[in-house]
Design a protein around this ligand. Sequence first.
Ligand SMILES: [Zn+2]
Length: 115
Amino acid sequence: MLKRAADLLRITVQTLFLDDGDLITACPQCKTQLTLANASTAEERGVTVYRCRRDQEIVALITPPGTVPVESSGYRLGDFVLRNRSDLILPLVSGNTVLLPASTNALHDWESLGT
Ligand SMILES: [Zn+2]
């Protein structure tokens, strides 16, 4: 089932009004700023994949947690891991923002996921 980053974050930070359109990041390849709602989404091998619409580069993944935690591979949110390849900005109702720094190892096991 396709999981959306906003659904996981809404539960974790208890922000009721949050949509993928509120989550701002950038494509790691073409550097275009985009919201996750602007990215294409698909489920590939049990993983939700957000891709840049310009160049199809992977922007973020939502995966099950790995059996072995890997440094900088993503953020554990409930039963899933959000792996954003560029910094991701989450606005709060208070007007503050939360920055989730890029997961530099976001794709570390991408080739073997779900196989
Ligand atoms: Zn791009």
